[in-house]
Write a protein that binds this ligand. Structure first.
Ligand SMILES: *[C@@H]1O[C@H](CO)[C@@H](O)[C@H](O)[C@H]1NC(C)=O
Ligand SMILES: *[C@@H]1O[C@H](CO)[C@@H](O)[C@H](O)[C@H]1NC(C)=O
Ligand SMILES: *[C@@H]1O[C@H](CO)[C@@H](O)[C@H](O)[C@H]1NC(C)=O
Length: 551
């Protein structure tokens, strides 16, 4: 999962980087592995700073000051099919045509055939295993096809439409053309979220594009509008043009955004994430009441697993007339476990992150509410913590149904056999995580919890629960392929080679990537001749760009 951001200020003499930086910190929950900003300044020059690490680690006053220009693109990354290499921090850049900077959230399905197309037909070199670099080059190749010295908006829309025909998968993207403007688009299934908003200034409008509406709210932008599936938006200082460049297919936003991923204060596709989580608690309460009656178990207290499930847990407790207690207190200064790649780190972190208050657990039948159960390793440890401080029975209620299939659209889920629910019945899931009972939300209830707030959404991507993938093209061989690419595998392989994992653990920080080595604002200035000058010497320039931030 990743977060993307684009900002165009009406006054080109005001630097946009400080605001992008602040916006990225509001998207930090979407990815803590790497981050980056590229701005476009006078003469179409790109200024960039990107590296592995969290926003607060990579950007300081000095590094932000060097990012000149009134428009820019930002990215926070959580690795998916690609690796965690420094070279794969986004935004990506290609010099030809026109100078393009690109940030992507999602994951592509037909990468093998696309890579072959790049090599055999487009003659473009793809250096990393990131499908974002691939998607950028497909986009660039389509722009190149126009063969024009200067392009207009029609050409850009045509190029994006062509790209959408070639590419299969999930992608919400923001691109910047040197000296021209900012472009946003969303795949025809609308799987990943992205929207835009505007802000009036004395001279004209500023525009922002972001994965979540919270970014717009926080910076005083209003009139949030989601990018439609198959739509592209071009923003220049002359204004905004929106066009449907591909017929929308089944609109299927990823329901996991509401369950876990997005911030509660965001509104995605017209649905408040917070309200949907409240509704999940209400619906889950009905199921919990039913199952508890059937099993003749009574519960004394409802305790959320912080933070995501708090909203649902409170509603559930109210509905069941049970006391709600904050039994676990979180250490704020340690990163989330789900988001930290590497099983070893994940295990150790739970107890460092949470402390159980004995008074709230002792001699009670406790109902723990969690947003979802993925590997079950975190749940197992939390249940053990509850028992260690004297809980009589621990019943777990999950706001999401059992997760039995991998996510192929950009959320980094483990491979199937690492999922605790894979091939397991509910009772044996309880056994595996050491709970006395596990109660899952039903899928129809989960869907209704979200859909009731925008009934024109008929379908959600629920593939992690059902194994049905809306784009098609996901079969056994694809799943095996993606599992072999999984970030964890790559990470642990490299860690084993370099022995860096242990050093990494010692840092105790929020999931900064392996190869950070104290990076604070790697700076590069790229020159691009803007839309008028196409120097077209592809790979060499790209290599120069990436290498320079190692030096
Ligand atoms: C990607 O997949 C689509 C749908 O299967 C296919 O039509 C297209 O040709 C593929 N792209 C390439 C470059 O092969
Ligand atoms: C509800 O979803 C539809 C797509 O099915 C979208 O067009 C519409 O804008 C959404 N409503 C709101 C209020 O955002
Ligand atoms: C190309 O990929 C390799 C291996 O991932 C990486 O080390 C290198 O920095 C990349 N080069 C560029 C120019 O991005």
């Amino acid at each position: 999962m990743c977060g993307i951001l684009g900002l165009l200020l009406n006054d080109p003499n005001i630097d946009c980087a400080p605001e992008i930086c602040e916006g990225l910190s509001l998207l930090q929950h979407r990815g803590q592995d790497a981050c980056g900003i590229v701005t476009c300044g006078p003469k179409g020059r790109f200024f960039q700073c990107k590296a592995n690490g969290m926003v607060r680690d990579i950007f300081d006053e000095k590094s932000v000051q060097k990012l000149i220009g009134g428009m820019g693109v930002g990215h926070v990354r959580y690795p998916t099919a690609g690796s965690f290499n420094n070279a794969e921090a986004q935004p990506f850049y290609v010099n030809s045509p026109y100078g393009i900077v690109f940030a992507h959230n999602g994951n592509l399905i037909n990468t093998t055939s696309l890579l072959h197309f790049m090599d055999a037909t487009a003659h473009r070199h793809i250096n990393t295993s990131s499908d974002s670099e691939l998607l950028l080059n497909i986009f660039a190749n389509n722009l190149q096809q126009t063969g024009k010295f200067r392009i207009n908006e029609d050409d850009i829309f045509t190029a994006i439409g062509g790209m959408m025909k070639q590419v299969k998968g999930a992608y919400a993207c923001v691109a910047m053309l040197a000296g021209f403007g900012i472009i946003a688009f969303r795949d025809p299934n609308g799987i990943r979220p992205v929207g835009m908003a505007s802000r009036k200034t004395a001279t004209g409008n500023d525009y922002i594009i972001a994965s979540e509406s919270v970014v717009a709210d926080a910076s005083g932008f209003s009139e949030w509008s989601d990018v439609n599936p198959g739509e592209a938006i071009i923003i220049t200082r002359a204004g905004v043009t929106r066009r449907q460049v591909h017929e929308p297919e089944i609109f299927a936003p990823d329901i996991f955004e509401y369950v876990y991923f997005a911030r509660p204060d965001s509104v995605l596709d017209g649905v408040s994430v917070y309200r949907s989580r409240m509704a999940m608690g209400d619906a889950l309460a009905v199921e919990v009441r039913r199952v508890l009656a059937q099993r003749r178990i009574s519960v004394d207290v409802v305790i959320p697993v912080p933070d995501t499930s708090r909203v649902a847990a409170l509603n559930l407790a109210q509905k069941l007339n049970l006391p709600y207690r904050e039994g676990f207190i979180k250490n704020r200064y340690i990163g989330r476990t789900f988001i930290m790649p590497g099983q070893q780190m994940r295990k150790k972190n739970v107890r460092r992150k949470l402390n159980a208050m004995a008074l709230e657990f002792a001699d009670k039948n406790v109902l723990l509410v969690d947003d979802s159960i993925v590997r079950g390793t975190t749940s197992k440890e939390i249940i053990q913590m509850a028992k260690d401080v004297g809980a009589k029975k621990v019943i777990v209620a999950s706001c999401a149904p059992p997760i039995r299939y991998p996510n192929v659209y950009g959320i980094d889920m483990p491979s199937r056999n690492e999922l605790v629910a894979y091939g397991r019945h509910e009772d044996s899931i309880a056994g595996a995580i050491g709970a006395d009972l596990v109660i899952f939300q039903t899928l129809p209830d989960l869907i209704e919890s979200v859909r009731q707030f925008n009934t024109s959404i008929n379908v959600f991507d629920c593939s992690v629960f059902t194994g049905e993938y809306v784009t098609g093209g996901v079969d056994e061989s694809y799943l095996s392929h993606i599992e072999s690419l999984r970030a964890d595998n790559v990470r642990s392989k490299v860690a084993a080679m370099t022995g860096e994992l242990s050093a990494q653990e010692g840092k105790g920080g929020g999931g900064a990537g392996v190869a950070v080595n104290g990076v604070n604002g790697r700076q590069t200035v790229l020159t691009s001749n803007g839309p008028s000058g196409q120097n077209g010497n592809g790979p060499d320039d790209t290599v120069g760009l990436h290498n320079s931030w190692y030096s």
